[in-house]
Structure formats: structure tokens, C-alpha cells
Design a protein around this ligand. Sequence first.
Ligand code: 13P
Length: 252
Amino acid sequence: MQHRTPLIAGNWKMYKTSSEAMETAAQLIKRVADADTIDIMIAPPYTALESVAAVIKDSCVSLGAQDLFWETEGAYTGQISAEMLVAAGCRYVIIGHSERRQYFGETDETVNKKIKAALRVDLKPVVCVGETEAEREAGQTFSVLDKQVRMGLDKYFIDDLTSLVIAYEPVWAIGTGKTATEEQAQEAHQYIRSLVEELYGNTLSDSIRILYGGSVKPENITGLMARPDIDGALVGGASLDAESFSKIVKFR
Ligand code: 13P
């Protein structure tokens, strides 16, 4: 589907100090300067957001954060608000990553509140969904995706969701070197797109970008991107190195 601009996003997780992140960002913008008709985002740790923002200013790479808290401000030790992320230069925010669901008590309800907080300040939410290995083996992949998408996107207006991005990240493929096959990924993406159509109609389902995440590398990106419902990638490990990430960006 040519009308959706691909988005290649790098989630740097808890890697890189501020100076390391600046160095990688500087290498990256040089390598991707000629990559057009594609959106590129990197999400360094909070402590590197402002320094990386300065490096990628005036480049084709946008800044994202890895999480946020839904309140604007207050006595919430350790939390960061959507407004703070915008002030730091962010245009995107990852919400509901499986590592946050697994280790930090993120639920579909908190995901729903965080999406609202992001939209309040025009941050583009990249909402992560995906099944565990046990859920896939038990034949529950679609029911898990159904619940995560339905509850995550519950009670919004269609107009609010036009900037939303969904990332399908099967938990068993994250950091394991086990990528979903192109068929498995396409099938899940198609399921998610038809669910968005059921919930919000075909204008949104036709325009919404659905990224694949889970052991994406320069070697497997081209095949994944050839599938009609895969509109980009959310890359972990391979985004930490400017050379491998730029190869993924230039998948064509
Ligand atoms: P890997 O690319 O390291 O498998 O991580 C994927 C991911 O979790 C991106 O958010």
C-alpha cells in the first residue's frame, strides 16, 4: 500500500549514555540524509533526549521517547509527562512496550490513558501490542491482539487517532533472533487493520501505520516491507548501531 509513508523507528531501550547517544545519532543522520519518502525515528533513554534533539535538529530523523506518564505534572517521583517530552524535542512516544507490560505493570488501561496524554500535546503514539510464545502456542494470538487493541484504543474519536501508529511486536521475537515469518507478521497486521476498521472505519484503517518489531535486521527488512500490511519497523538491537540501522532505513 504505497499511500502510507513507511516509518522505521529505533528503540534504544536502556542503552547509551547521553554522549554515546549523540555519537550514534550524528553517525546516523549522515548515513540517512539521502533516504527520502520515509519517516525515521529514534527513541533514546530520557537522559539523552535533549542532547540527541540538538544533534538531529534540521535532519530527517525525528525524536521519540520510550514511555510517558499521563499526568501533566505533580508529585509523581520518577515520572515524565507528555509536556516534558515535547519540550525536550520529541515528536513520537512509544507506549505499552512488552517490556513495560512484563516488568513494570503496564496494562491495557494504562496504555489507554497514556495514549490520551500523548494526543493532548500532539505527540504521535507508537502503541505496542503482541502475544507471548505461550499465547501463540495456545492459539490465542488473535484474541490477545483483539483485547490489547480494543482496550488500548477504547473511547477515542476517530479524528484523535489519525497520528496513531501501532507496532506489532510478538514477545517471542524480541531480542531472541527469532523473527516472525513474513506470513506470520502479515497475518497479524492484517488482523489488526481489520480490527481498526471494525472499531473506527476504513478511513482510519486504511491510513494507520502498523509497524513490525522483533529481531528486525538488514537481512530481513526487505521481505517484511514487501507485505501489504507492514508499514515499517520498530527496531531494538539493530538500531543501536548507525550502520545497521541505516541499512534497515534504506531497505528498498
Ligand atoms: P529487537 O529488535 O532487539 O528484537 O527488539 C525489538 C523491540 O522490542 C523494539 O521495540
